[in-house]
Design a binder for this molecule. Structure first.
Ligand SMILES: Nc1nc2c(ncn2[C@@H]2O[C@H](COP(=O)(O)OP(=O)(O)O)[C@@H](O)[C@H]2O)c(=O)[nH]1
Ligand SMILES: [Mg+2]
Length: 310
């Protein structure tokens, strides 16, 4: 403090702040609340939250992932385009925060069959459920009907409440020219409605310096609003359950194949059939008791059953 006028200014500021806070002062309870929020946030990040990238092929999902990972500068045009063929699980660490990112091929514009296959893969990768859907939308396009129906698509194929876990990221914002992003959204009913359904959460890739910081903040605030819970629904749980059963069955079949001929295989298979409680497996023990040779044959039958789940 250099002089008394500074002291006066400080006192004025304090007065204003106290007034703005409705005359409340900082209590021990407020301190504890702030402490527990800090703790919740730290716990959230140490659990490596799972983030799924959604959007059309070429919308900028992989570029976004690389920017979060700190692997790519924002010089878009310099990087050659290579389409992501399947779901990929990546880990990113930013300023002491860790997260898992599931990069996906275009889902919204894929055929029903491809979409279901990709959905199964990303659901398994983010077992027991994702915390965030990062929906990447490129502005440099004439929006197709599929894109205009993104909201409905998410509700139908991911689930009604998935929008509560969704943040939109707009890429290729040079396309805005003189418009603000808000103007651009307002001029397009489907974007306005989508953004509103996502609780107004969106960021734009034009803010390149702060894009990641802004994203992390948005993720944190949204997760807090969702009670730090990840998203799941019956369909997700069913997919995960099937995958777990599949893995167990595979382990049993491999074990049987290895032990065939010793007689030990039959025991394992029976135990496996009972433990798993898989209806398709019920008839297998009968075949197995006969002996090693048959055990191997039935392992092949089981293997074929497994293949059906692929
Ligand atoms: N101009 C511009 N190009 C972008 C932007 N984001 C991605 N790209 C480019 O668009 C192409 C497709 O991006 P990519 O991230 O692979 O799309 P993905 O198929 O959704 O993973 C690449 O050539 C990127 O360099 C952006 O915000 N602005
Ligand atoms: Mg990609």
């Amino acid at each position: 403090m250099e002089n008394r006028s500074q002291v006066t200014k400080l006192l004025e500021k304090i007065e204003k702040m106290v007034e703005a806070n409705g005359g409340e002062h900082y209590t021990n309870e407020m301190f504890q609340e702030a402490q527990s929020r800090i703790l919740d946030r730290a716990q959230f990040w140490s659990g490596k939250p799972r983030i799924v990238l959604l959007g059309k092929a070429g919308s900028g999902k992989s570029s976004t992932r690389k920017i979060i990972e700190g692997r790519e500068s924002s010089e878009w045009r310099s990087s050659p385009y290579s389409a992501t063929e399947t779901c990929e699980l990546h880990e990113a660490h930013v300023g002491g925060k860790s997260m898992r990112i599931i990069d996906t091929p275009g889902l919204i514009d894929a055929s029903e069959e491809k979409m279901k296959d990709t959905r199964k893969k990303f659901v398994i990768m983010c077992d027991p459920g994702p915390h965030v859907f990062l929906l990447v939308i490129r502005l440099d396009t004439r929006f197709t009907d599929e894109e205009k129906n993104t909201k409905k698509w998410i509700q139908k194929n991911i689930g009604e409440k998935a929008l509560r876990h969704t943040i939109i990221l707009f890429t290729d914002t040079d396309h805005l020219k003189d418009k603000s992003i808000d103007q651009y959204i307002d001029e397009r009913g489907f974007l306005r409605s989508l953004v509103d359904s996502c609780g107004g959460r969106f960021i734009s890739s034009s803010n390149q310096e702060n894009q990641v910081t802004e994203l992390l903040e948005k993720i944190e605030n949204m997760a807090e609003g969702n009670g730090w819970r990840y998203y799941t629904n019956e369909m997700f749980q069913e997919i995960i359950k099937e995958a777990i059963v599949y893995e167990k069955m595979k382990a049993v079949v491999v074990d049987i194949a290895a032990k065939a001929g010793t007689g030990a295989g039959a025991g394992v298979m029976i135990a496996g059939g009972v433990v798993l409680g898989v209806t398709e497996m019920v008839f297998l023990p009968a075949l197995l008791i006969v002996g090693g040779g048959v055990a191997l044959a039935s392992a092949v039958v089981a293997w074929k059953l497994l293949k059906k789940h692929d």
